[in-house]
Ligand binder design. Structure first.
Ligand SMILES: Nc1nc2c(ncn2[C@@H]2O[C@H](COP(=O)(O)OP(=O)(O)OP(=O)(O)O)[C@@H](O)[C@H]2O)c(=O)[nH]1
Ligand SMILES: [K+]
Ligand SMILES: [Mg+2]
Length: 399
């Protein structure tokens, strides 16, 4: 029997099994069995060199956003509208057969937007180009799940399930469970609070299913069996997702209202160019990008060319900022001067650990500033016309 058939069989058994206290251990075990099989399904076939031909698209810009959705929901139309890069759109399904990258210029940052083939139910099992599409989704910083506002609301759940089946977790944070395999000592099970979903016996059974007999497990929240399995599997990818309901031009205003109230959702119409600004704002907020403007001593900052950091990827400290400019810079830095929302007063003298915020202005003061004679990266940097921000009008940047 193939892996997919075995998954189907266990799912059927789970559906048949009544949920109660007496069956919860058995159900937990079945969940672990399915998780193991799904992981197996994702492994490249034996004898092959890797995952087969994927969509090789080089990362570009300050972040990557993937358009995921069923066929003909308007993904390509949206890519064309937001990036100006043409991607063929038509009324028939599977118009797009590969990955098409475009660039969104927004708030002085560049975001790579990827148009992809439509995926269908069963994509996680390899139907259509599901695997390749999902691999791209996994490589992204944000997923825009594009939905047809006029179609069944169930589509959102079906797609979410497909993505979950391959280890993607949308708008979730990793479970607060400490888990460490050991060589000896048996299993130590602890929690910092009362648990209502998992007890010691259930945890043992799940670990047993994974043939783990020595480990330390500490629950720091009232997590579920699924959370525990995610932590043991360890290969889950936590990604933010915005649900984009397109084609609101073909439904009534009451239905539009209902969809707009769904969590993390934006309603749009590509045809009527409705709400695309809102979509861009939401997308940008969710990416959590932090723009830092460098200020050469005695000059205004260059407000056209920020260093872009991210709390999720790489971090936003002064040290991250310095490393972003040049790996070897850090050893020369004495301290930095910071203007902006992260500063308590202007300018604030900050060390490497200081956490910067969006639109902060930073001036680097080097250890050997004098001997350097002002020839460093920051002295010669840019004479581009400065954009005068509101904040700056209030507090001119002297130094
Ligand atoms: N009414 C309406 N139709 C739209 C809208 N946006 C796109 N469409 C139409 O929907 C159809 C499918 O659009 P595509 O952009 O090809 O959809 P897709 O999701 O890229 O489709 P595949 O590549 O086949 O998966 C086209 O006929 C578009 O003109 C919209 O806002 N309103
Ligand atoms: K289409
Ligand atoms: Mg398309």
């Amino acid at each position: 029997m193939g892996i997919i058939e075995r998954i189907k069989e266990i799912e059927a058994e789970m559906a048949r099994t009544q949920k109660n206290k007496a069956t919860e251990y058995h159900l937990g075990q079945l969940k672990a069995k399915i998780a193991k099989l799904r992981t197996q399904l994702l492994e490249p076939p034996k004898g092959s060199s890797g995952g087969g031909e994927g969509f090789e698209v080089t990362k570009f810009g300050h972040g990557r956003v993937a358009l995921i959705g069923f066929p003909s929901v308007g993904k390509s139309t949206l890519l064309t509208m937001l990036t100006g890069t043409h991607s063929e759109a038509a009324s028939y399904e599977f118009t797009t057969l590969t990955c098409i990258p475009g660039i969104i210029h927004y708030n002085d940052t560049k975001i790579q937007l990827l148009d992809l083939p439509g995926i269908i139910e069963g994509a996680s099992e390899g139907k259509g180009r599901g695997r390749q599409v999902i691999a791209v989704a996994k490589s992204s910083d944000l997923v825009l799940m594009v939905l047809d506002a006029s179609k069944s609301e169930g589509h959102r759940q079906i797609l979410t399930k497909e993505l979950e089946a391959v280890g993607l977790r949308l708008n979730k944070r990793p479970p607060q469970i400490y888990f460490k395999k050991k060589k000896t000592g048996g299993i130590s099970f602890n929690s910092t609070l009362p648990l209502t979903h998992v007890d010691e016996k259930l945890c043992y059974q799940i670990l047993h299913e994974y043939k783990i007999h020595n480990a330390e497990v500490l629950f720091r929240e009232d997590a579920t069996v699924d959370d525990l399995i995610d932590v043991i599997e360890g290969n889950r990818k936590y990604i933010k997702c915005v649900y984009v309901y397109n084609k609101i031009d073909v439904i009534g205003i009451d239905d539009v209202d209902k969809l707009a109230q769904q969590p993390n959702s934006v309603v749009i119409s590509c045809n009527l160019k409705l709400n695309l600004d809102r979509l861009l704002t939401k997308m940008w907020e969710e990416m959590g990008l932090v723009r830092i403007y460098t200020k050469p001593q005695g000059q205004q900052p260059d407000f056209t060319d920020p260093v872009v950091l991210s709390a999720d990827r790489g971090g936003c400290t002064v040290e991250d900022f310095c490393n972003h400019i040049h790996r070897s810079l850090i050893k020369d830095v004495k301290y930095v001067l910071v203007w902006g929302t992260s500063a308590r007063h202007y300018p604030q003298h900050c060390g490497l650990g200081h956490v910067l915020q969006d639109e902060d202005v930073v001036q680097i003061v080097k250890k050997k500033e004098k001997e350097d004679g002002g020839r460093g990266r920051f002295k010669s940097h840019s004479t581009a016309p400065a954009r005068i921000s509101d904040r700056e009008k209030k507090a001119p940047l002297k130094t």
